[in-house]
Design a protein around this ligand. Structure first.
Ligand SMILES: [Zn+2]
Length: 242
């Protein structure tokens, strides 16, 4: 397995080459598309090499350039949960939830200053939906040999992860923030579901976890942090304006 990061400093777009297939995990913000193309060139990959886009959830920083990459690569198919459809059609993150700590609140305030406070992104072009493969929890060997989809709700209801030959691409089910003791993402929609998804990631025993934000890490770290996660409460006051 070869893994390249073609995303930005903020959000990853992992490009995974494994078993003769090339899979992009998530797109960044809509404006990250030119950066993605230049990153692909830097690692000697042509976008036409992409077989699949695995979309972990329908948020602005993960689904921003889905239309662009699908239009640029006519053979590309998208693997995602049917639950993303509402958000993809709306072109905006869903409501509800809160921040788990002060650091997360500071990051959210910075997002607002950066012009991302409304969490909008280009709605999916309806004509592209025929190239979507809807997956639920379980093995998807008929699409990606040896791979399984994990439903990982909590950050959002539609969140899924890809477990493929020991590597777990978990989207925002966990986040590795520098100088922050917990691998919690900066926004949690449903805390009980989020905790259960951490247990699920631990139980499938991945060799390495590749989050949407921050450096890859070992699943053992999640296990160590479970007691602290049990103490987390949400502050809903940092709400994006609609
Ligand atoms: Zn994210």
């Amino acid at each position: 397995m070869k893994i390249a990061d073609c995303g930005t400093d903020f959000v990853h777009s992992w490009v995974v080459q494994n078993r003769g297939l090339t899979v992009l995990i998530d797109t960044g913000y809509a404006e990250d598309w030119p950066h993605f193309l230049s990153r692909m060139a830097t690692v000697d990959l042509d976008p036409s090499a992409l077989d699949y886009l695995f979309l972990t959830h329908a948020h602005d920083d993960h689904a921003g350039f889905v239309n662009d990459v699908m239009e640029a690569v006519p053979g590309l198919k998208v693997i995602t949960s049917r639950k993303t459809l509402t958000g993809l059609r709306r072109g905006q993150n869903g409501p509800g939830g809160g921040v788990p700590d002060d650091d997360a609140a500071a990051v959210c305030r910075q997002m607002i200053r950066d012009g991302h406070g409304r969490h909008r992104f280009p709605a999916i072009e309806e004509g592209l939906l025929s190239r979507f493969l809807w997956v639920e929890d379980g093995t998807i060997g008929e699409i990606l040999p040896g791979a399984a989809v994990l439903a990982l709700p909590g950050h959002t209801e539609d969140s899924i992860g890809l477990l493929w030959d020991g590597a777990l691409f978990c989207g925002d089910a966990a986040q590795n923030r520098a100088d922050w003791p917990l691998k919690t993402t900066i926004w949690i929609g449903d805390l009980d579901a989020y905790r259960a998804s951490w247990q699920k990631m631990i139980d499938v025993r991945p060799e390495r976890i590749y989050p949407g934000h921050g450096a890859p890490f070992d699943a053992a770290e999640l296990k160590k942090e479970l007691p602290a996660l049990a103490e987390v409460t949400l502050n809903p006051s940092i709400q994006a304006k609609k």
